[in-house]
Design a binder for this molecule. Structure first.
Ligand SMILES: NC(=O)c1ccc[n+]([C@@H]2O[C@H](COP(=O)([O-])OP(=O)(O)OC[C@H]3O[C@@H](n4cnc5c(N)ncnc54)[C@H](OP(=O)(O)O)[C@@H]3O)[C@@H](O)[C@H]2O)c1
Length: 314
């Protein structure tokens, strides 16, 4: 089972090589159903974020698993993220503490800066989206403090580009352990992945299945890779599903996928990808599906003016 293979992070920390994505699970009942099923299936790496508004529900499911003795805290790897409204040196600690309180945990395993650009904070219930200037170096220092204070085992970045990561590495006392970015067969970001691997940064792929069927991406520029003949034919050859081929491709590239599913069957499918290997010829056919920038789904343009900001990463 994929939960049994790990990526090594600094300090002896081990990240299970497949995680469970939880964006979009907003209802308590959904979180309970999916997380209980995932934990039973062997998922031991959960990806959440303050912004997903489900940390509280995840925390209460975990508490039950801990108090029943079915799971120990150290058996599970939890990632959460500093929200856009927290991306300021004066608010890192505030939002780190809020996440820990929501999750009912003393520490998380990985705390990520969700985005290179922050929003002004007018309170949790205020949905105004006004961009605020960011100082990545000052924010990173506050992230490092959270490690020192024992609130997170390690820290990393999400949606940062190579230039932004390089700048942080130059002044960091604790280097980013992880970069979480959009990656799928048709959007491979090879240069960025190569840079991270060269610098010992674990790469986590979000939307690893290319977010098939997700309504907000219905106008995508390239067809869903999971439904292409190339992926389907390779899946048939290995007697696997197209989704399993998409995930195994990433694993063979030394990338950690965090697929999200609300279906028990697909949760099982997504973690059952260790009993086969895609051969190099088929890997090359999948390499050829890379659509480059045109295949990027997440551009965060729901934030007015974001594309004109100097730290807009794309
Ligand atoms: N850092 C960031 O900025 C960021 C941004 C986006 C996402 N993320 C993280 O990454 C996680 C995953 O990304 P995502 O949810 O955008 O996309 P995804 O995991 O690529 O795709 C999820 C979609 O695929 C379907 N699906 C799941 N397994 C499948 C399979 N085996 N075959 C066919 N379809 C399948 C799901 O439907 P069913 O539910 O019906 O199975 C769901 O609609 C998120 O949940 C979140 O934790 C992070």
């Amino acid at each position: 089972m994929a939960a049994k293979i790990f990526k090594d992070l600094p300090g002896g920390l081990k990240m299970p090589a497949i995680g469970l994505g939880t964006a979009g699970f907003r209802e308590e009942a959904d979180v309970e159903r999916v997380l209980n099923a995932a934990l039973e299936l062997g998922y031991r790496h959960i990806d959440t974020a303050y912004a997903y508004k489900n940390e509280v529900f995840i925390g209460s499911v975990l508490k039950k698993w801990f108090s029943s003795g079915k799971l120990k805290r150290e058996d599970i790897f939890i990632t959460t993220k500093l929200p856009l409204i927290g991306i300021h040196q004066d608010r890192v600690e505030l939002f780190m503490k809020k996440s820990l309180e929501n999750l009912q945990l003393e520490y998380v395993d990985l705390y990520l800066i969700h985005q290179p650009i922050g929003l002004k904070y007018f309170g949790d219930e205020d949905n105004r989206k006004e961009i605020e200037d960011v100082d990545h170096i000052k924010i990173w220092k506050k992230m490092e403090e959270q490690v020192q204070l024992g609130r997170t085992k390690t820290i990393g970045l999400s949606n940062f580009n190579k230039r932004q990561i390089e700048r942080i590495i130059t002044s960091a006392r604790i280097k980013p352990a992880c970069l979480q970015v959009e990656l799928h067969v048709d959007f491979q970001q090879r240069d960025l992945v190569g840079y991270c691997h060269k610098n010992g940064i674990v790469v986590v792929a979000y939307s690893p299945l290319g977010a098939p069927g997700v309504k907000i991406f219905k106008d995508r520029n390239v067809p869903e890779a999971i439904n292409t003949d190339v992926v389907k034919n390779i899946a048939k050859k290995y007697n696997k599903s197209p989704g399993q081929i998409m995930l195994k491709y990433l694993l063979q590239k030394n990338i950690v996928p965090i697929p999200k599913s609300s279906s028990l069957e697909r949760l099982k499918e997504n973690i059952s990808v260790l009993d086969f290997e895609i051969n190099s010829k088929d890997i090359t056919s999948l390499d050829d599906l890379d659509g480059g920038e045109t295949a990027r789904l997440h551009t965060f343009t729901f934030i007015p003016g974001i594309e004109n900001h100097p730290e807009y990463p794309y």
